[in-house]
Design a protein around this ligand. Structure first.
Ligand SMILES: Nc1ncnc2c1ncn2[C@@H]1O[C@H](COP(=O)(O)OP(=O)(O)O)[C@@H](O)[C@H]1O
Ligand SMILES: [Mg+2]
Length: 233
């Protein structure tokens, strides 16, 4: 359903992605792993239209979508939960959530979406009037995820959600990812926690130096060998 073919992208004159091909199957969870600087975040940004593609194409359901403005992506059912949380610290939890619904606000059902978000994340309900800047790292990640879900995306790009969080929160995040998968969403997950990310995945891509160096069904992944070969441990 989401396809990236022969994609080149980067920042100005600095090219980062070198002719990458990836296929994201509908309703499946695909994990992208790879060392720092491999181009994982750049790939997600390119899909979202935040980074210009200089070659290749991105298609959703067979329709070319590269070059689409970022703000139009929610209309196509695509949302990104960026790395580093990126919540608006000076706004309340609820205001942050409402921003996530902004692109589809006109379609009503806003109260219902808020209720759904709070049902999914009861702690955010308790903290709804609080400034997002006062949240713990785990709560901020939950808020970032809840905000991304406000537009009810069918394709969800998630960049390193567990980074720097305590094991109990990481557990919670992966539990949520499992649930989102059973809801039939197409999930693209970038993760440092390779063991868990592979466990939950259907398909795994390994990126290195702006290229896809391995593509495997998650069941066939031998993590130890992969770590030895590509992460130098
Ligand atoms: N805004 C930017 N401007 C210039 N180069 C960047 C920018 N963001 C990332 N890069 C470079 O692009 C490469 C890939 O980075 P990134 O996509 O963030 O990798 P990853 O997410 O896999 O760690 C790195 O060499 C990084 O330095
Ligand atoms: Mg990154």
């Amino acid at each position: 359903m989401l396809d990236v073919r022969g994609l080149r992208a980067g920042y100005g004159s600095i090219n980062v992605l070198w002719d990458v091909d990836l296929h994201f199957e509908g309703g499946r969870l695909t994990t992208i792993i790879g060392p720092n600087g491999a181009g994982k975040t750049t790939l997600l940004r390119a899909i979202m239209g935040q980074v210009a593609c200089t070659r290749g194409e991105i298609t959703i359901d067979g329709v070319r979508r590269d070059g689409t403005d970022t703000w139009r992506m929610p209309e196509l059912g695509v949302a990104m939960i960026p790395e580093g949380r990126m919540v608006f610290r000076d706004m309340s939890v609820q205001e942050n959530l409402l921003l996530g619904a902004y692109p589809v606000r006109k379609h009503a059902g806003l109260d219902q979406k808020l209720a759904l978000a709070y049902a999914r994340f009861p702690r955010l309900f308790e903290r709804r009037a609080q400034l997002a800047g006062s949240l713990s790292g785990g709560e901020a990640q939950m808020l970032a995820m809840a905000r991304g879900l406000m537009a009810d995306p069918r394709i969800l790009l998630i960049d390193e959600p567990s980074l720097g969080l305590a094991p109990v929160i990481v557990q919670e995040i992966f539990g949520l990812l499992g649930k989102l998968k059973t809801e039939g969403r197409t999930i693209v997950l970038v993760e440092q926690n390779t063991r868990r990310a592979v466990e939950i995945a259907d398909q795994v891509y390994l990126m290195q130096g702006g290229k896809v160096v391995l593509s495997q069904p998650a069941k066939e992944v031998n993590l130890e060998r992969m770590h030895e070969r590509y992460f130098g441990r």
